[in-house]
Design a protein around this ligand. Structure first.
Ligand code: MCN
Length: 788
């Protein structure tokens, strides 16, 4: 990073997005209505598992205002949705869903038929007139049960309900560690299924241009370029350049659930052509619960090999992953790569072995949800470290300190990580800062006092390292992903010195229009207001990979930095020519090219952009205009880390848990915008607390989703949360020139085990040492009764 315009990189610039968001002038998917629009309603299977014998569409077709009614067989020529990230190097039993189910429905809510009509009300009425003949089949909803002999099979084939088996680490070394351990700490954890619950549900709008035989698709997408190639080339079989995909300017959250290819994309594209009108489909909230991907749902069996002095010499984890009824776009790869390869966390465990069996069940598909694999890994590691501390009667902070990877060990490759290495870190520093911030010794003293009074007062410590800035193409292709994973940037400087930036990153609330502008304005040394940031449209923008895996700052931001560098080089050549000086004799500084040592002899940014536009007085052979494109493919991911501390108090009579204090010390490298980073942590921590205390997607044994609405699924409310105390350390990443690491998922990843450790600490005097999340009053109260 160069030292231009110090004030912008690292400044809490107010988010420019907020003006339109708080004044109700944002543009979300449902705000887009092309002329002559028609509306889609979908009939969904009420059964979790059923053969489809017949679909009668006549009554719906005859309903006034209906433009067409369709069944799965109408889309037989459309390919099933793609599996873009199978697990590399293992046998895969990869089944993916079709646009509409044809012979069989495999989860409650699977789309079976669709109606297009003049209005949404007409479509909703007409869809009820469709009669489907179902033969209901036995369902299986539990992943461990689904893998047993005799479980109802979802798909044809020899592997039955097993999707894949995968292993990493060193099994022999692990067995030796267990054999030589003073103590083996074993436990089982179910990391419960969650519903992502983005504020804006998903949807798609398609427009077909008959004259050009081309399509436009507006869709709630975290990765429109990726969706274009997958939907055009793999699903629809249309030339990639005949499909334009646009993510509307504003996305009301995504949390991962808008990365994937969904049925509605080929559906609206096909329908727009069939009925000759633009068509829109927007999920209701209930449809979102039923048929937008869920998160987590992993069962872990853990054995930790431990020495009496607190050293953990090995960690063995066997995991059963519930992927739902089909493979969602990247689900298998996400489990293996982002969970199975992150079992060590911030600790130097000499031996690690991780093993995953993934299963099909009659439930909605599970795929990446904020943190995607790392929350599950961090949860099991951090619960294990607490159980170790309890077993050895050591302070949990000291068990962590004893096992941390030391600063001089970086770059560090844990046994299960594969070809990457943790880039940089100082884990003890964040632990110490967190302990100091809360005055840990005093907190423990307060706890003793509280316990004397019979109060259930708990302190939880959680440390983490996570893998983000996901990118190196070669690495991710090794892991199974079938595409690149760098990021693009395009910069155009107008004659007037105004700058238009286009990024392949796609914001869903992360404030990229602000932070990306900060990076570029900082590099050019020009006012923030002079930089506009565009995103989310495959037309006219270079191929972008999108936003997930907390990668926009480290990968997209660096692409912009590189791109600005290219333009500055050209500006230096033009500026030198204008100053009648040699290139070696000038420098780019603070928004101008000037003679070295003679700052008054300079050409300002706007003078040079005007000269480049006029194209008449340029150096010989120099092209006019200032425009550049970069594709940045980093050599490694980035690995942010930190330590959080939670304090809870539990009401003995009711089991109600209240988080009374929450302190987070994170290290995400240099921070572009502290206010945005704090906001990302606030949201992330809230989501993590949601998993610990409130949220769980529940299916009954027949595969009916019992928690299918906001009345039944408890997203935390503002009055259940608290103000967090945030602090930072700064350890730059050597991976990218900005030194930045990601922050978008960090809060979610570690807050869940931090709160869980606090709850278990509060319950410890009663003899309760492990309960599955969420720690609802009912769950906690029952656990308390079970030991009293
Ligand atoms: N940032 C910064 N300094 C750093 C790192 C990041 O100022 N050292 C800024 C970035 O410039 C960006 C924001 O923080 O404005 C988040 O950056 P980053 O960590 O790179 O994450 P992404 O932008 O790639 O966002 C993805 C991440 C993920 S994976 C999920 S899931 C998630 C999240 O971000 N979903 C979100 N945050 C969300 N926030 C909102 N409001 N809505 C979602 O759906």
């Amino acid at each position: 990073m160069t030292e231009q315009n110090e004030s912008l990189f690292g400044a809490s610039v107010k988010r420019r997005e907020d003006q339109r968001l708080i004044s109700g002038t944002g543009t979300f998917l449902d705000d887009i209505s092309p002329p002559n629009l028609a509306y889609v309603a979908i009939l969904r299977s009420p059964h979790a598992h059923a053969r489809i014998d017949s679909v009668k569409l006549d009554a719906a077709r005859q309903h006034p205002g209906v433009l067409g009614a369709f069944a799965g067989s109408d889309f037989e020529a459309v390919n099933p949705l793609p599996l873009a990230m199978p697990v590399g190097g293992v046998e895969m039993n990869g089944h993916t869903p079709r646009t509409l189910a044809i012979d069989k429905a495999r989860y409650q809510g699977e789309p079976v038929a669709a109606v297009v009509a003049e209005s949404q009300d007409i479509a909703d009425d007409a869809v009820r007139l469709i009669e489907v003949g179902y033969e209901v089949l036995p369902a299986t909803v539990d992943a461990e049960a689904a893998l047993k002999d005799g479980a109802p099979a979802l798909h044809e084939g020899e592997m039955g309900n097993k999707v894949f088996h995968w292993e990493a680490g060193d099994k022999d070394a692990m067995d030796k560690a267990l054999a030589g351990a003073d103590v083996v700490v074993s436990h089982r954890i179910h990391n419960q299924r969650l519903v992502p619950n983005a504020m804006e549900t998903r949807g798609s709008i398609a427009l077909y241009n008959r004259g050009e035989d081309s399509y436009t698709l507006w869709t709630t997408s975290q990765a429109p370029h990726v969706h274009r190639i997958l939907v055009a080339a793999f699903v629809m079989g249309i030339p990639e350049h005949r499909l334009r995909v646009i993510t509307p300017q504003d996305l009301g959250g995504g949390f991962g659930s808008k990365i994937f290819v969904y049925y509605d994309m080929p559906l609206v594209l096909s329908l727009a052509k069939l009925v000759g009108r633009p068509v829109k489909f927007v999920e209701s909230r209930q449809e979102n619960y039923l048929a937008t991907t869920h998160g987590r749902d992993l069962v872990h069996y853990i054995d930790a090999a431990v020495k009496r002095d607190g050293t953990v010499t090995g960690l063995k984890v066997r995991c059963v992953a519930n992927l739902g009824a089909y493979c969602s776009t990247i689900a298998p790869g996400v489990v293996a790569t982002l969970y199975g390869r992150m079992i060590s966390g911030p600790y130097h465990f000499p031996a690690v072995h991780s093993e995953i069996d993934a299963a099909y069940t009659n439930t909605m598909m599970v795929d990446a949800y904020r943190g995607a694999g790392r929350p599950e890994a961090t949860y099991l590691i951090e619960r294990t470290m607490d159980l170790v501390s309890r077993e050895l009667d050591m302070d949990p902070a000291e068990v962590r300190r004893k096992n941390f990877i030391r600063p001089d060990e970086f770059p560090y490759t844990p046994p299960e990580l594969g070809m990457l290495a943790y880039d940089s870190g100082d884990y003890e520093k964040t632990l110490d800062k967190a302990l100091e911030t809360v005055d840990y010794q005093d907190l423990r003293r307060q706890q003793k006092e509280a316990r004397k009074e019979g109060r259930l007062f708990g302190i939880g410590v959680g440390s983490y390292v996570e893998i983000c800035g996901v990118a190196p193409s070669q690495w991710i292709q090794n892991e199974g992903w079938g595409g690149p994973l760098g990021e693009s940037a395009h910069i155009r400087v107008f004659a007037t010195g105004m700058v238009q930036v286009s990024t392949g990153s796609v914001p869903q609330g992360q404030g990229h229009e602000t932070t990306m502008a900060q990076i570029v304005a900082h590099e050019f040394g020009i006012p923030f207001e002079n930089v506009e940031v565009l995103h989310g449209d495959t037309q006219g923008q270079p191929f972008g990979l999108g936003t997930y895996g907390s990668r926009s700052a480290a990968v997209g931001g660096t692409a912009l930095y590189m791109c600005a560098g290219k333009i500055k080089e050209k500006m230096v050549r033009i500026g030198a020519h204008m100053l009648e000086a040699a290139v070696e004799d000038v420098e780019y500084k603070a928004g101008a090219v000037s003679l070295k040592g003679v700052p008054d002899a300079s050409k300002a940014f706007g003078d040079i952009s005007m000269a480049a536009w006029l194209a008449s007085g340029l150096p010989p052979g120099e092209e006019g205009m200032l425009e550049a494109t970069s594709f940045y493919d980093p050599p490694n991911c980035t690995f942010p880390f930190g330590t959080h501390i939670a304090v809870v108090e539990i009401e003995p009579e009711t089991g109600v848990v209240e988080v009374t204090r929450y302190t987070a010390v994170d290290d995400v490298g240099p921070v572009i915008n502290p206010m945005i980073v704090d906001g990302q942590l606030h949201g992330g921590i809230a989501q993590g607390i949601g998993q610990a205390l409130y949220e769980k997607a529940v299916y009954d044994e027949n595969g009916q989703l019992l928690s299918g609405s906001m009345l039944d699924y408890t997203v935390p409310r503002a009055d259940q949360l608290l103000s967090y105390e945030l602090a930072r350390t700064v350890t730059p990443s050597p991976v990218n020139p900005l030194g930045v690491k990601g922050v978008g998922e960090a809060g979610t990843i570690v807050s869940t085990p931090t709160v869980a450790n606090a709850v278990m600490d509060a319950l410890a005097p009663l003899g309760v040492h492990e309960i599955d999340m969420p720690f609802t009053p009912d769950n906690v109260w029952r656990a308390m009764q079970s030991v009293s």
